[in-house]
Design a protein around this ligand. Structure first.
Ligand SMILES: Nc1ncnc2c1ncn2[C@@H]1O[C@H](COP(=O)(O)OP(=O)(O)OP(=O)(O)O)[C@@H](O)[C@H]1O
Length: 274
């Protein structure tokens, strides 16, 4: 846990509202996330998931309310935050190596430019590559790696600076089911080891279900926060979507049928289990 003088919460939103013009993305959101906690952020397209991460990164001011990261106001370049941005395809011609990408996660960390600093930088990058099982391909050009391998490196980049808060924006998109599980577990294990809190934006709860502590579900300005058992019910989701939604539990999976976003659960064929 954190020392006594620090804020015991990794992040705290109080009555946080974000609106663009007439459109309110979320209204009076109260959220506290503890160190080591894994929060999945769910919701249909345009419900404000990415905007929430941008607020925490200090890139987007709130319309009203307050935000604190480890007790401090959100601000740009916060080294306590690790960030996995929404995935872009890496050009196959990109010759930058994985370890260079991971090293970018140390920019802004004052390790010095001398020999000592360079050695320390290398030691940390090597450790981060090892922690995601990427040592074998860390020296290969990024563009030639598979989606799952690239995603491991993005996780390593986000973790190399030892963040207290890890923000992940749909890191599972376009990965096959096995890679989705692998990346989810990697993020959860690494964060838990360092007692870092995780906000994990995803369309699909199933790959993260085994590691999720709580869910924040955003729909059209409304939201619910709770354990998956509390939030992922027909009653709660029907209320949120204001239309009948059926939640079906099938073995260890949750199927959501109906709701304006019902189809979103089938947008990404890679996410479906045979
Ligand atoms: N700076 C801005 N000015 C005006 N509108 C914005 C701004 N930033 C985001 N929006 C709008 O807010 C809405 C929410 O966007 P956001 O990217 O947060 O949604 P999301 O839940 O992450 O969606 P997706 O699942 O599609 O990624 C969108 O309709 C977007 O166009």
């Amino acid at each position: 846990m954190t020392s006594g003088s620090e804020d015991p919460t990794a992040l705290r939103l109080r009555s946080a509202t974000l609106a663009f013009g007439e459109r309110t993305l979320w209204d009076r959101l109260d959220l506290e996330v503890a160190p080591g906690e894994f929060l999945a952020v769910l919701g249909p397209n345009g419900s404000g998931k990415t905007s929430l991460l941008r607020v925490l990164l200090g890139l987007q001011p709130l319309t009203s309310g307050s935000v604190r990261i480890g007790g401090l106001p959100a601000g740009k370049g916060n080294r306590r935050i690790g960030y996995i941005p929404q995935q872009r395809t890496i050009e196959p011609t990109l010759t930058v190596r994985g370890r260079d990408l991971v090293g970018l996660g140390l920019d802004g960390h004052r390790l010095g430019l001398g020999l000592r600093g360079r050695a320390e930088r290398r030691r940390r990058v090597d450790a981060a590559l090892r922690s995601v099982g990427a040592s074998a391909f860390g020296d290969r050009p990024l563009g030639l790696l598979s989606g799952g391998e690239q995603q491991r490196l993005r996780v390593a980049q986000a973790l190399v600076g030892d963040p207290a808060l890890l923000l992940c924006d749909e890191p599972l998109l376009s990965l096959d089911l096995a890679s989705q599980r692998m990346v989810s577990e990697l993020v959860a294990d690494s964060a838990r080891r360092k007692n870092a809190a995780v906000l994990f934006v995803t369309h699909e709860i199933n790959p993260v279900l085994p590691v999720v502590d709580r869910v924040l579900y955003l729909v059209d300005g409304r939201f619910r926060i709770g354990t998956p058992e509390e939030v992922m019910t027909s009653e709660t989701l029907s209320e949120l979507y204001r239309t009948p939604v059926q939640v079906i539990r099938l073995a260890d999976r949750i199927l959501v049928v109906g709701g304006e976003n019902g189809a979103a659960h089938h947008h990404h064929p890679a996410e479906e289990t045979p």
